[in-house]
Design a protein around this ligand. Sequence first.
Ligand code: NDP
Ligand code: MG
Length: 390
Amino acid sequence: MRKVSIFGATGSIGQNTIDLIQRDPSAYDVVAITGGANIGQLAEDAKRLRADVAVTAFEDRLEDLRAALAGSGVQAAAGASALIEAGARPADWVMSAIVGSAGLAPGLAALEQGATLALANKETLVCAGQLVLETADKHGARLLPVDSEHSAVFQALVGEDMGAVERIIITASGGAFRDWPVARLAHATVEQASNHPNWDMGQRITIDSASMFNKALEVIETKEFFGIDPNRIEVVVHPESIVHALVGFRDGAVMAHLGAPDMRHAIGYALHWPERRDLPVPRLDLARLGQLRFSDPDPARYPALRLAREVMERGGLAGAVFNAAKERALDHFIGQRIGFLDMSDAVAAVLDRFEGADGLIDAPMTLDNVLKTDHLARQWVDEAVLKRAG
Ligand code: NDP
Ligand code: MG
C-alpha cells in the first residue's frame, strides 16, 4: 500500500485527488489530509479515507474539527505548525494543493522526509524555486508537476534531452474577459471574474486566469521546474483549452499535449507516474471540436505577463514579492476595495518599492527570508490600498 497525504484536500484539486484515490481504496494508506475553513468536508473525507490525522490551517477551528471527528479514531490538529508536522509524517506521495504561499512550508517538510511531492501549488516554486529544488535534491525527493501545462511539458519531454529543447510554449485560455473591450475591464466585478470559460477550479485561480496572473505565475513555474531560460518560454492564447502546452525542439519539431480540460488527468499522471493507468476523463473528439484557435496575448489586456518577465530578470526574492503582492491584491479585489485593473498596478508598485529598498530582494533564499518578504509585501499592498482610499 502506498502511503499518501493530501494538502488542501477540501479544495478543487484536493477533491479531484480524493476522487481518484477512492476508486482504488485498497491501494492507498492515507496518512494526513488538510483543509482550511471547510471543517465538515475535511472531517467527512478523513473518516471515509481512514486518515491518521486531519489538520485545519486555522487554530480557532480545532474544537470544531475535534467534535466532527469524535469517535472516529482520526486525530485532529490545527494551525501552521500542525501543517508542517503533517508534511513531516512519512509518506510516499504527497499532493500539494493548498492555495497560496501557505503551501510552501508544508511542501518543504514533505520534501525533507523524502516524499514525492505532486505540485499543484505553483506558488511554492514562484516564491522559493531555488530553495525547493535544493531541498528536493538534498533529500533525494522528487517533484512532479500537477499544473496542467507543466504536466503536459513533462509528458512531452519523456525520453528527450533538455539540451534539445529550443522553447516551451504554454497555452492560456484567456480567462473570463478574453473577449471584453479593454476599456471595460476596470469595471469588471468579482462575480464576472469568477466564471472560467473552460475549467472548473477554485475561485482564486479562476480570477487569476481572468487577469493572467495565473499564467504569469506559470511562466515563472516553467522557468524553475524545467530550468529553462525565460526567453525560451512563450505564452499563446488558446480559447479551447485542449492543447495544454507544446515543446519545440532544435530540429524544428514541436510536440503538443492535448486533452480535455479535466484536472484529473494531470493529477492521475502524477499519482501513477511513471506508469499510465486508466483515468475517468472525457476523451477527445477532434472532429466534433472542429477547430483549435491560437493568438498572441494582448499586453494591454494582460499586464501581469510583463511583470512576470521583470520578476524573472530580477531574480532573488522577487518571485516571493510578486506572489505575495498578487495574493494580497486579490484579497482586496475579492473584498471589493479595489478594481480589477488595480491589482496589477498594486503589484507593480510593490515590486518597485522593494527595488528601492536596499538589499531586501537580494537576501539569501531561506524559508525565513521568504516568509518575511511575503509578509512585508502584503503589508505594502495594504498601505497602498489604504492610501488610495484615503
Ligand atoms: P481551492 O481554493 O479550491 O482550495 C484550496 C485549499 O487550500 C482548500 O483545501 C482550502 O481549505 C485550503 N486553504 C485555504 N487557505 C489556506 C491556508 N491559509 N492555509 C492552508 N490551507 C488553506 O484551490 P484550488 O484547488 O483551485 O487550487 C489549489 C492549488 O492548486 C493552487 O495553488 C492553484 O494555483 C493550483 N492549481 C489549481 C488548479 C485547479 O484546477 N483548481 C489547476 C492548476 C493549479 P478550505 O477550502 O477548507 O478553506
Ligand atoms: Mg495551469
